[in-house]
Design a protein around this ligand. Structure first.
Ligand SMILES: [Zn+2]
Length: 574
């Protein structure tokens, strides 16, 4: 009896020691610096933190992924009594073969919870974390899919459960993951977004490189904020933390020939987020650096961002609000950009000399980077983009109710949409699709269109009861125009949402049409004259019977008005 009492007492002491003064939770990565957690290990780690710090940390299922398992959302708020905070959204494992962010964020969250000095920097910032976005890819663990990467010993696969690259899916949203992401993103409307990655490409000294949203796509106040304040701070902080950082090394050949700023189209995470005036970053750690360094430099980047927001959060909020206001007052909106090759700056770059030697495989010259020949010199950095396409901002767009799939996606992205309660006639502008190119092989599940040209026509159209009206006087203006203007790189037209219009539905038989064609010409002297003129000007045409009948068909009432007519109309008044 007495013995068992003492035993219970000892157990109680051990138990209370474990719960009240529990040692810091150690992540699997910290036990083995070349190991990245599995999805289950990751959730288990966060759950323990939630159990220990329920007042600051929560984890919930935000929505489905294509793999069936829910995508989790973690909210870390160390000052819950203050509601009006800045939101910093962090996304990990969009490419699960690049898992630095997964392991770094686990440690970062734990350290914030256990370190008052870190908490001081988060009094006005709420951290929102998608701990693993591409769950299907993360479950698909192996050691070989990234042939050019050193470690970790096990990692996930780039493709998701439908073999989609989720970092091309933000606009077309083929995956459940993308739809869940949109719901998280718009619930929080973050000021800043970080999407953690690992790079491919050249070899150089830096562990961390950075893609920031292309500055020239942003409204001026935010663009200036990014280039004048935020980026200089982040680069300096990273250097002080001994993780000197360089812009993402996107080179045509080798970095010493110059690097190019990345144009993050809306299909990519940062390009998508910037449509909503969110400053966005893709840190890209170098694939040939030890996994340990990649994880700790990712940690340092997130910490630097938190430090920046603690100092400059309020100014960022103001610049963002001004940007949204300014864009709303414009008459036109830029929708496409091209690199300004004449605008080069000098970037001090610590690289390895690119050299060539004979290949053991093919005997020809092969490139290698000589790690014994480091250099530090200025290289050209081309990071200016000029507008290639600017389009007038209408009062509203009218979307026929047949395209409710498009409308559903827009609603998911926070767009306010009205439904016509009665038939209504509008003065409208509509586009005929004049020309476009299409990729030869499926790209991310689509036959993506590009180089689209249009022919606008002005006409009266009748919106029917149940059709959708999208007014442009709203914060989502950039998103609305990027998806609805067919010439934009990532428009819904480009992603095949409107392909039905690209095929003629009725044709004619030559022998039946012959007599009718003669009648049409007899009744239309203007057309007849143009037809005769074309025959005398164009020898091939004059010898092609079918082409001549087609010409008359296409210049008659038989031509299908819906063929190549983009169904979304632009309204200058409603
Ligand atoms: Zn990546």
């Amino acid at each position: 009896m007495k013995t068992s009492f003492i035993f219970c007492f000892i157990v109680l002491i051990i138990y209370s020691a474990n719960t009240q003064d529990m040692p810091a939770l150690v992540s699997p990565f910290e036990l083995d610096n070349n190991y990245s957690v599995s999805h289950d290990e990751m959730l288990g780690f966060y759950q323990k933190l939630v159990d220990k710090y329920p007042q600051y940390l929560s984890m919930s299922e935000a929505g489905p992924s294509d793999a069936g398992l829910a995508i989790h959302e973690i909210i870390l708020d160390v000052n819950p009594s203050k509601k009006d905070k800045l939101n910093l959204l962090i996304n990990n494992a969009i490419h699960p073969g690049e898992p630095c962010g997964v392991d770094a964020t686990m440690m970062f969250v734990r350290d914030i919870l256990e370190n008052p000095a870190l908490q001081d920097k988060l009094q006005n910032t709420r951290l929102l974390i998608i701990p693993a976005y591409n769950i299907g890819g993360m479950l698909n663990r192996g050691a070989h899919s990234r042939a050019n990467q050193l470690g970790p010993k096990l990692y996930g696969f780039r493709g998701n459960a439908k073999n989609l690259d989720l970092n091309r899916d933000f606009i077309k949203s083929d995956s459940k993951n993308a739809r869940t992401f949109a719901s998280i993103f718009h619930r929080w409307n973050p000021e800043v977004f970080i999407d953690n990655h690992t790079s491919n490409g050249a070899d150089y000294t830096y562990t961390m490189t950075l893609i920031a949203t292309q500055k020239d796509k942003l409204a001026k106040p935010l663009s200036r904020h990014l280039t004048d304040k935020m980026l200089p701070y982040l680069y300096k902080q990273m250097e002080q933390k001994e993780w000197e950082m360089i812009p993402y090394v996107y080179a045509k050949e080798t970095p010493d020939g110059g690097i190019i700023g990345f144009l993050d189209l809306p299909r990519y995470s940062s390009g998508y987020a910037s449509l909503f005036h969110t400053l966005s970053f893709m840190p890209e750690t170098h694939m040939l650096k030890p996994y340990k360094d990649r994880v700790y430099s990712t940690y340092a980047f997130m910490e630097s961002m938190v430090e920046y927001l603690a100092i400059n959060g309020e100014v960022l909020k103001e610049d963002r609000a001004t940007s949204i206001r300014n864009i709303g007052q414009q008459n036109t909106l830029a929708l496409a950009w091209e690199l300004d090759k004449d605008d080069k700056e000098n970037l001090m770059f610590k690289g390895y000399e690119a050299k060539y030697k004979s290949s053991d495989i093919h005997g020809q010259n092969r490139l290698y980077y000589d790690r014994n020949a480091a250099y530090n010199k200025a290289i050209p950095f081309m990071n200016s983009y000029k507008e290639k396409l600017s389009v007038s901002i209408p009062k509203a767009y009218l979307i026929p109710q047949a395209y409710d799939n498009v409308v559903a996606l827009m609603k998911l992205n926070g767009v306010e949409i009205q439904t016509l309660e009665n038939d209504q006639v509008f003065d409208a502008e509509q586009y005929y699709i004049e020309d476009f190119e299409t990729v030869e092989l499926p790209y991310e599940g689509h036959y993506l269109h590009r180089n689209v040209s249009i022919n606008p026509v002005v006409k009266k159209i009748t919106g029917r009861k149940g059709d959708f009206l999208v007014q442009t006087d709203q914060n989502q203006l950039q998103y609305i125009m990027h998806v609805l203007e067919p010439q934009a790189d990532d428009s819904f037209f480009a992603w095949n949402y409107f392909d039905g219009i690209l095929m003629q539905k009725e044709y004619f038989s030559s022998y039946v049409f012959e007599d009718l064609a003669a009648e049409i010409l007899a009744n239309d002297p203007v057309l007849k004259q143009a037809f005769e003129q074309k025959k005398s000007d164009d020898k091939t045409f004059a010898e092609d019977a079918r082409a001549q009948l087609k010409y008359i068909y296409e210049h008659s009432d038989h031509k299908e008005p819906s063929h190549n007519l983009y169904p979304v109309a632009k309204l200058s008044k409603i």
